[in-house]
Design a protein around this ligand. Structure first.
Ligand code: COA
Length: 245
């Protein structure tokens, strides 16, 4: 499934996607948007974990500015990036972004749309959109606030603050900072940990955790489905029989 802007590795329990436009620091262009939609289709049809990363010491340097310059009101209203990032955020199984180097503009928003982020010491998150005369319209204005709080989010969105790896760790944007050489290994270990859980339990937990507002009925309904699952039975039987990881 590998295309011109992505390397895609499909494994049994996960899909690994590497952004790969070295000539443009992995900037997100229309082709990459299309290919990422294709990845979403695959993961919606057969839910698996997703590991998203960037090639060449960069996550993604934003939306492609050459393409953005040509877009007008109608393209903005199509929500080219925002719909993609919403679709990624709503993927059935957990997603992890492994960020080495720049994650700017739309690249940062792409990372914000994942469930968990890991960073190398060279990671830099920022939303310099107002400097280009636009706003960060693919989720940064609300996702970043949810992730780090309004104060830090506004420093990034309004004052051009860039969060380096330590900043990102301190404000909870990333789970961990690991040397670039270990980043993918560590991300896979995190996915391994998630892969040990019951897939349906992970799926429903993500659905309930992301459900707007939160409501006990949602929790109960999701739990009702899981209480009837064979996986729950098997796993609890194993625990009670002394078979503990
Ligand atoms: N869109 C299109 N092309 C981009 C790009 C983007 N968002 N970011 C980088 N590129 C291109 C550059 O134009 C350059 O192309 P060229 O070699 O044909 O001149 C190439 O990628 C390398 O970029 P360069 O700036 O020389 O690399 P660098 O390592 O010195 O700096 C960045 C890296 C990320 C700091 C810098 O490229 C940058 O600031 N990019 C734009 C970030 C931004 O404003 N993003 C928000 C967009 S919404």
């Amino acid at each position: 499934m590998t295309g011109p802007t992505l390397a895609v590795e499909e494994l049994d329990d996960r899909v690994v996607v590497t952004l790969r436009r070295p000539e443009a620091r992995n900037a997100i262009n229309a082709a990459m948007v299309r290919e990422l939609h294709d990845v979403c289709t695959v993961l919606e049809e057969r839910p698996r974990l997703l590991l998203l990363t960037g090639d060449g010491g960069v996550f993604a340097a934003g939306a492609d500015i050459g393409e953005l310059r040509e877009r007008g009101r109608d393209q903005a209203l199509q929500g080219i990036n925002s719909r993609l990032f919403d679709r990624l955020a709503r993927l059935p199984m957990p997603t992890v972004a492994a960020v080495d180097g720049y994650a700017l503009g739309g690249g940062a928003e792409l990372a914000y749309s994942c469930d968990i982020r890991l960073a190398s010491p060279a990671a830099v998150f920022g939303n310099p959109e107002p400097g280009l005369g636009i706003l960060a319209a693919a989720g940064a204005c609300w996702r970043l606030r949810d992730l780090v709080g309004a104060s830090v989010a506004k420093q990034v969105l309004l004052a051009g603050r860039r969060l380096d790896a330590d900043d990102a760790l301190r404000c909870g944007l990333v789970a961990e900072v690991v040397p670039a050489g270990d980043l993918l290994k560590r991300a896979h270990a995190l996915l391994d940990r998630m892969a040990r859980s019951a897939p349906l339990a992970l799926r429903l937990t993500k659905l309930v955790a992301d459900a707007p507002g939160g409501h006990p009925v949602t929790d109960d309904l999701a739990q009702a489905i899981l209480f009837e699952s064979t996986d729950k039975q098997t796993r609890m039987d194993a625990f009670l029989a002394g078979d503990r990881p």
